[in-house]
Design a protein around this ligand. Structure first.
Ligand code: PNS
Length: 143
């Protein structure tokens, strides 16, 4: 059985992420969405937020025994070591995403991740959607 891990901060989860999972699940038997803490975005990714984010993902995603949502803390390589994963999945919208994810992949390889990273280009209708844009809009709505 081929299981892929789809790590991210998903703060919040949006349709672009769902699109990535819906494509990945066509290739892998199982997709594990691993909600983690990005040290660069730490302030907004604390534990309580993490639990809320997982709840929101479960609301947004169609229920499937082949898709799981878990949380992880610390380094991705340590989390991956504990499971039987065939690949890391990352979503890409544009060239800046590619440049960012490429460096993440190189770091992960240097840290000891030996499984390949597969990139899924998200559908063109989601190219402008990002967690940061959603957060920015929500912050104005609160005022
Ligand atoms: O969606 P994001 O913010 O790009 O998610 C990034 C995440 C949480 C997957 C990434 O920050 C991560 O893997 N964090 C754990 C720390 C780690 O393993 N870093 C190694 C690469 S520098």
């Amino acid at each position: 059985m081929k299981t892929a891990i789809y790590p991210g901060s998903f703060n919040p989860w949006h349709e672009g992420h769902t699109d990535v999972v819906s494509k990945a699940i066509k290739v892998f038997d199982k997709v594990i969405i691993a909600v983690g803490v990005n040290p660069d975005k730490k302030k907004s990714t604390e534990t309580l937020h993490l639990i809320k984010r997982i709840g929101w993902i479960l609301v947004m995603l169609p229920e499937s025994p082949r898709i799981e949502v878990v949380q992880f803390n610390g380094l991705l390589k340590d989390f991956i070591k504990e499971g039987d994963y065939s690949a890391v999945i990352k979503g890409l919208r544009n060239a800046p995403d590619f440049e960012y994810e490429k460096i993440q992949q190189y770091w992960n390889e240097d840290l000891g991740i030996r499984i390949p990273t597969f990139y899924v280009i998200s559908d063109r209708k989601f190219v402008h959607i990002s967690s940061s844009a959603i957060k920015a809009i929500k912050s104005f709505e609160k005022k």
